[in-house]
Every structure is written in C-alpha cells, then in structure tokens.
Write a protein that binds this ligand. Structure first.
Ligand code: B12
Ligand code: SF4
Length: 499
C-alpha cells in the first residue's frame, strides 16, 4: 500500500511525462516511503479516487497548472478531502497563488515551488509533531483560519540529488513521439530555469531567472537507461533554456549521439550553429518568437531583435531544410495595437513562404499573477477569477482579457491553425475557402467568421451521420492534405487513462 499518492491531471490531448511528480516521488522514496504515481485525464478521476479510498495513504499530492485540467484536480481533491485524507497541492499554479488556493477548504497544504525537499520535511512533520511553521516552502492554514506562507526554500543546489522516476509510470508508450523518421522520441528534462526575463512568463516569479543543469554523467546515464529499457531512439530536450552554455551543451548532444529536438532562441541560429544542428541530426526546434514587432518585443523585455526571427528561420531553410521550425507567437499582448499585430501577421505569412517546414502557432495572451505584466493587465481592466473553479474555467487558447474579444481570438486561432500550423493544402474545389481565409488573415478581417461556424456545423453533422462519416474517412484526405512532417499528431491523439 502506498504511503503517498501523487497525481497529475492532464487535458485529453496533452500527453507529456509528469516530471514534477516523478521527481517528488524520488525524494519520498529516498526517505523510505512507498509512492504511487497517477497521470490522468478526466476519465481517470473516479478510478483515482477509488484507489485513494482503498489504500488511504498518509497524504495525496496533486500537481497543478493553470487551466482546464485544474477542474479535474479540484474534483479529485474535494472527494479525497471529504474522506478525511490530507490533500497537498504543488506545481506552478499553486506556487503562483498559494494564499488563494488555501481559501478552498478542500486544500490542506500547498508546497510552493520545488517539491522534493519540502515534501520530505512535510511528511516527516505529518508523522512527528506537525510543526508546520518550520517547514520552508510550505503554505498552510493556522488555527485562526489564516493562510501562512512560510519562507521560500532555496533552490536545490545539486539537481543530481533527485531523479525522475520513470519506473513508477505503468508504461512509457503513450509518451513516445514521432521525431522526423524516428518513432520513439521521448522528452527528457535536463535543467531548470532560464536567465531571461520575458514579462509574460512564469520564470521571473517561480524560477527567479536562475538556471541549473544536471551533470553530463547523470543525463547520459538516464538517456542510456531509456534507450536500453524502452527502445528510445531520439531525445526531445524539453527544457525552457537548452543552450544556457552553448559549447558544453553542444558537446553533450554529441556525446549522447542521438537525434534530437529542443527549444532554441533565435539569436542562436547562425549559419554555423544550424550546420551543427544538421550534422547532429536535429529533427525539430521550438522557438518562442512572440511577436514580429520590435515595440511589442521590447514591451515584454524579450531581449530579441525583430529581424532575428526571419534571419534564423531563413538560416534553417538554407542549412538544415529538413528541420521543422515550430514558432510560437502571442497575440493580444498589452502593447500590441492593430498596426503592431499587422507586422506579426505579415511576418508569419512570410516565414511559411521562406521555410516549408516552418509552423507558426499563435496563442492569445493570458495574464498570470506575479508576472511582470500582471499589474499592467489589472490596470487595463483585466479581472482575475474569484476562486479556483474560476481559474479552471479558463480557455487557455482563446484569451481572457477585455481587450481582445472571444470571437476575434477564436477566428485568429482557428485560421492560423489551418494556414500556418497544419499548413493544409485543399483540393481545387476548396481553393475559394482557402483564399478567403488568407484574405481574412492578411487584412485582419476576423469579424463575422461564418465559414468557421459552417465548418464546425458540417463536421459535427459528418461525425454523427454514419454514411457521411464513411465518405469522409474514404475521400477526406483527397480534399484536404495536411503537412505530413508533423510531430504533433501523436500528442494530440486521444489517450486512454493510464492508471
Ligand atoms: C511540459 C509542459 C507542458 C506539457 C505538459 C505539462 C504537464 N505535464 O503538466 C504540455 C505541452 C501539455 C503543456 C501545455 C501547456 N502549458 Co505548459 N509547460 C510545460 C513545462 C515546459 C514543463 C513542465 C515540467 O515538466 N517541468 C519540470 C518539472 C520538474 O517542474 P515542475 O512541473 O514545476 O515540478 C516541480 C514543482 O513545481 C513541484 N511540483 C510539481 N507538481 C507537484 C505536485 C506536488 C504534490 C508537489 C508536492 C510538488 C509539485 O515539484 C517539482 C519538482 O521540483 C512548463 C515550464 C517549466 N519549465 O516548468 C510549462 C508551463 C507549466 N506551461 C504553461 C502553460 C501556460 C501551458 C499552456 C497553457 C500553454 C498553452 N497556451 O496552451 C498549456 C496548458 C495545457 C492545458 N491543457 O491546460 C505555463 C504554466 C503557467 C501557469 N500559471 O500554470 C508554464 C509554467 C510555462 C510558462 N512559460 O509560463 N505544458
Ligand atoms: S526565454 Fe522562455 S522560459 Fe525564458 S523567460 Fe523567456 S519565455 Fe520564459
């Protein structure tokens, strides 16, 4: 029977190893406890709660990130708390707002920021003395019902002290990604933090612009273990800031010797660097481009020049044409007016012309408490949700600010997905539709997006009428062809609950 059960609730389409609880589990196991990990979507809530009821662990830990999956976390926590079992929230969301989280009667404790050492001390106190005041990094409610946030714990000095417990996951199969021709790529995490200061990002408030990395020996051993035991044939370095020290990192990639992918900043994409990426069999890169407008980039202290985006993507097309470049842009940042947005819109269109393997996705700006942009957002009339149920209702892809309407956000996201992410090509019968979408995009005509509504109604109809569904399955690919070189299909596929 487990002493502690840790769970990460995910939304249906997201399948990504739950690193946070994998690390916390290791800390507890080192302390001599038995731990069970669950990684669930909404379908798994009942099974999870039932398991907690059967085993009645010392405490249940719930990992949180802001957005829809918080809803499943809330439901599960409520039910576990009602059984009289101690509930603890951890993760980025709870770290950003521990006081608000503790207002919910169903959350007993919050472990702020890195969980390993705090979870160890918390478990010790739970079994011996309950002196909560002395556990750094713990947030709790005192006898007067007041939230107490203990001083924050310094960051772990040596990341190698704790390992992500892959062995506690029932299977690694759902996490395997397609990476170019390699079908068993797995995300690994080799560092924490980032020294940059993008004003919308969690980094400044949570990681405080620090950066640490596991030792080469630790990283190589982990990847070797994954290769031998799980047949991993490519590595996705999932870190926020991969090339913190470019030369040693390059040597590490060479030493690991596997095809790879990861996050890069555009400044790195000089011809010689891109040639090196090509030689070491890089398959894709993720680039936080954010905006094509220098004014907007400066407003978020991105420390990046507008011209570097096109320059980097052109270098990729020239020196490593097989590498997929995934660029993400944020629309609706406070400094973005129509003129600035037009610059980004035109840039996205150009990038996809320069580089057939560029995929430009947009997300709509959402203010997070504690980030440098937060006070500005409040001043501009943004009203945060009043409670955790409210935070869970956030539609993370649609924006929630008063200065960008839901209809506009919806149309922008959908059109950019079709034209610049899926990069689909239509049969000539559909060419008027594609021309209309491109006209809308280039001219910012996002009002009265009737074709979006018609498309949705049409696909619902096809889905619900058997003969139409068969026709779609048989001939659909002739009408619309998607960019085949995509690693996203596996992540977005429906995954059953793991537990
Ligand atoms: C991988 C990842 C994803 C994965 C899956 C996330 C997951 N498994 O939960 C995918 C790709 C699906 C994803 C999606 C999104 N993500 Co994301 N993602 C990340 C990323 C890059 C890494 C998370 C990770 O594994 N970190 C490594 C581990 C070791 O750290 P950790 O999770 O923080 O865990 C430590 C502590 O937090 C704590 N802890 C964590 N859980 C628990 C639980 C307990 C009980 C305890 C005691 C402690 C504890 O201890 C851990 C070890 O020290 C983070 C950035 C980052 N570097 O953390 C963003 C991040 C979490 N994502 C973010 C965002 C905004 C999103 C999206 C909304 C993006 C979008 N616009 O669509 C979506 C939301 C998806 C959804 N449906 O809701 C934000 C979250 C901000 C917030 N306020 O919550 C982050 C912080 C990025 C950022 N730059 O701001 N994401
Ligand atoms: S570079 Fe990325 S992780 Fe670093 S502060 Fe900027 S958005 Fe955050």
């Amino acid at each position: 029977m487990p002493d502690v059960i840790l769970v990460n609730f995910r939304s249906e389409r997201d399948m990504y190893p739950p690193f946070g609880i994998m690390y916390v589990a290791d800390a507890l196991i080192q302390q001599g406890h038995t731990v069970e990990l669950w990684h669930e979507n909404d379908e798994g809530v009942d099974a999870f709660v039932q398991r907690v009821e059967e085993t009645r662990p010392l405490w249940v830990g719930i990992s949180t990130i802001t957005g829809p999956q918080l809803g499943y976390a809330i439901e599960a926590t409520r039910r576990v708390h009602a059984m009289g079992i101690t509930t603890v929230w951890g993760g980025v969301h709870a770290t950003i707002m521990p006081e608000e989280v503790l207002k919910e009667e169903y959350v007993d404790f919050v472990i702020v920021n890195e969980g390993e050492l705090t979870a160890q001390e918390f478990t010790h106190e739970l079994q011996n003395g309950k002196n909560w005041g002395k556990v750094m990094g713990l947030a709790w409610t005192n006898e007067q019902g007041k939230a107490v946030i203990n001083p924050e714990r310094p960051f772990i000095q040596n990341l190698d002290d704790f390992s992500p417990r892959w062995d506690l996951l029932p299977t690694l199969e759902p996490y395997m990604l397609q990476s170019g021709p390699y079908d068993r790529a797995l995300p690994v995490y080799i560092s924490r933090g980032c020294p940059f200061r993008c004003a919308f990002c969690y980094n400044e408030v949570v990681m405080k612009r620090t950066w640490r990395q596991h030792s080469n020996e630790f990283i190589i051993n982990q990847i070797e273990w994954l290769r031998i035991n799980h047949g991993v044939n490519a590595v996705d370095y999932a870190d926020d800031y991969l090339f913190g020290r470019p030369r040693p990192m390059k040597r590490l990639v060479e030493e690991v010797g596997m095809p790879w992918s990861g996050q890069v900043r555009v400044q790195l994409l000089k011809p010689e660097f891109v040639q090196w990426m090509n030689e070491t069999d890089c398959q894709w890169v993720n680039i936080g481009a954010e905006s094509g407008s220098q004014k907007v980039l400066d407003s978020i202290t991105k420390d990046q020049k507008d011209w570097q985006i096109e320059w980097g993507v052109a270098n990729l097309a020239k020196y490593a044409p097989h590498i997929e470049a995934n660029l993400s842009f944020i629309f609706g940042l406070p400094a973005e007016d129509k003129t600035e947005r037009q610059i980004t819109i035109d840039l996205i269109d150009r990038l996809c012309q320069i580089n057939p393997n560029a995929r430009c996705s947009i997300c709509i700006y959402m203010p997070y408490p504690g980030t440098p942009l937060w006070p500005d957002a409040l001043e501009r009339g943004y009203i945060p949700p009043p409670n955790q149920d409210g935070w869970a209702e956030f539609d993370l892809n649609r924006g929630n600010t008063p200065w960008i309407s839901e209809a506009e956000a919806n149309a922008m996201s959908e059109i950019s997905d079709i034209l610049y992410v899926g990069r689909s090509r239509g049969h000539w019968l559909l060419s008027p539709y594609y021309s209309l979408l491109r006209w809308r995009w280039l001219n910012q005509k996002f009002d009265y997006y009737v074709e979006g509504k018609l498309k949705k109604a049409g696909s619902d109809l096809v889905e619900n009428v058997g003969p139409l569904r068969s026709l779609r399955d048989r001939y659909g690919h002739k009408l619309v062809q998607y960019n085949a070189n995509t690693h996203k299909s596996k992540i977005e596929a429906h995954m059953p609950p793991l537990g």
